[in-house]
Design a protein around this ligand. Structure first.
Ligand code: SAM
Ligand code: SF4
Length: 325
C-alpha cells in the first residue's frame, strides 16, 4: 500500500470546452454557485493546516478548467510557497496557456499536464466542441518555452474518433522530450458516447506502437498510475493509464477535493466523502477537521473501489468535473 500523500484539487467545476467524453454539450449539469466554491483563503487553510500536517505533500490543480478560475495565478503563487509542499502541478486544456504560461512558471508552478486528444484540428473540434486546436498548440509551445518540464500530454482514446491517431501522437516523443500519456476512456458522465463507441485497452495501443517502432518498458515508475514505456531511441516517453483494464487501487496514493470542498477518498466510490467547506464555515475546530480526514485516510484502503466492485457498476453518478478529474 502506498502512503496517501497526493491531493487532486479542483479549482472550479466549469469549463470553456465541452469534451464529448467529459462534459458533453447540452448535458444538464448543475454547476457550483460562486458562494459555494471554496474561497482562496479556505483552500489555503485546508492545504496548510489540514492536508500538509497529515502528510500530503503533492498537489495537482485541476477542474473543470483550472485556468478559468478568477485570480488563478495569485492563488498558485500562494499555494506554491506553502511550507511542506514538495510538488505542485496542474492539468489544463491549455486554451489560456499561451498567455498565462510565463506567469504560472514565475508563480512557482513547475509541472503541467495538457489534454490533447488529436493532432487534427477537425477531430479536435469534434471532441472538444471548440475550434481551438491552433490556440491549444500555441499554449503547449508556450508552456515548453516557459520552462515546464516534463511536459505531459494526455490523450483519452476513443474508438472510431481518435484511435487512428495513436501512432502520430506517439511520434511526438521521437524528437521531443515530452511525455504522451494514453488514458483508457471511462464511463463517467458520458453514458451515450461510451455505449456507442466503447473503449480500447492500453495493451492494444502498445501492440500497435510495438509493431511500428518497438517499445521498451521504462525502469522508471512515476508516482502515479501510468505504466511508462519508450520507443527505442526516442527523446520522450509514453505513458499508459489503464484504469479500465487494470486495477491499481492497491497502489493508490491520492484523494480528491472538489471545487465546493468535498473530500473524496476514491474516484469511483462515493462512500466516505467529507464536506470540508461546511466544516470550515461552521468554524469547526481545525483539530477536529484534521481528525476526520485522518480517519478517512485510515478507512481509504477499504473504501477504494476494487476489482471486486468491477462489473457491478458501469456508470457513476458524479462526472469528472464535479469530482475534480
Ligand atoms: N480541463 C482540464 C483538462 O482537460 O486537462 C482538467 C480537467 S479534466 C477533467 C482532467 C483529465 O480527465 C483530462 O486529462 C481528461 O482527459 C480526463 N478525462 C475526462 N473525462 C474522462 C473520461 N471519461 N475517461 C478518461 N479520462 C477522462
Ligand atoms: Fe473541460 Fe477538461 Fe472536461 Fe474537456 S476534459 S470538458 S477541457 S474539464
Amino acid at each position: 500500500m502506498n502512503p496517501v500523500d497526493y491531493l487532486r484539487v479542483s479549482l472550479i467545476d466549469r469549463c470553456n470546452f465541452r469534451c464529448t467524453y467529459c462534459m458533453p454539450e447540452g448535458q444538464d449539469l448543475e454547476f457550483v454557485q460562486r458562494q459555494d466554491l471554496l474561497t482562496d483563503a479556505e483552500l489555503l487553510t485546508l492545504l496548510r493546516d489540514v492536508f500538509i500536517p497529515l502528510g500530503f505533500t503533492k498537489f495537482r490543480l485541476t477542474g473543470g478548467e483550472p485556468l478559468i478560475r478568477p485570480g488563478v495565478v495569485d492563488l498558485i503563487q500562494q499555494i506554491a510557497h506553502l511550507p511542506g509542499l514538495s510538488d505542485l502541478s496542474m492539468t489544463t486544456n491549455a486554451y489560456l496557456l499561451a498567455d498565462l504560461a510565463p506567469g504560472l512558471y514565475e508563480a512557482g508552478l513547475r509541472r503541467i499536464n495538457i489534454s490533447l486528444d488529436s493532432l487534427d484540428p477537425e477531430v479536435f473540434r469534434q471532441i472538444t466542441g471548440r475550434n481551438h486546436w491552433q490556440r491549444v498548440w500555441q499554449g503547449i509551445l508556450a508552456a515548453h518555452a516557459a520552462g515546464f518540464n516534463p511536459l505531459k500530454l494526455n490523450v483519452v482514446v476513443i474508438p472510431g474518433v481518435n484511435d487512428t491517431e495513436v501512432l502520430d501522437l506517439a511520434a511526438l516523443t521521437l524528437e521531443r522530450d515530452w511525455h504522451v500519456r494514453f488514458i483508457e476512456f471511462m464511463p463517467i458522465g458520458n453514458a451515450e458516447l461510451f455505449e456507442h463507441k466503447g473503449w480500447v485497452d492500453s495493451e492494444t495501443l502498445r501492440q500497435r506502437i510495438r509493431e511500428r517502432w518497438g517499445l521498451i518498458e521504462s525502469a522508471v515508475r512515476g508516482n502515479g498510475p501510468a505504466d511508462i514505456f519508450q520507443i527505442p531511441g526516442a527523446q520522450g516517453t509514453l505513458g499508459f493509464i489503464s484504469q479500465m483494464s487494470e486495477c491499481f487501487c492497491d497502489r493508490c496514493n491520492r484523494m480528491r477535493l472538489s471545487a465546493d470542498g468535498w473530500l473524496r477518498p476514491c474516484l469511483l466510490n462515493e462512500t466516505g466523502q467529507l464536506d470540508l467547506r461546511q466544516a470550515l464555515r461552521k468554524e469547526q475546530d481545525l483539530t477536529e477537521v484534521r481528525s476526520a480526514v485522518a480517519e478517512l485516510l485510515r478507512l481509504k484502503p477499504e473504501i477504494n473501489f476494487k476489482a471486486r466492485d468491477r462489473g457491478t457498476d458501469t456508470n457513476y453518478s458524479r462526472t469528472m468535473v464535479q469530482i475534480g478529474g
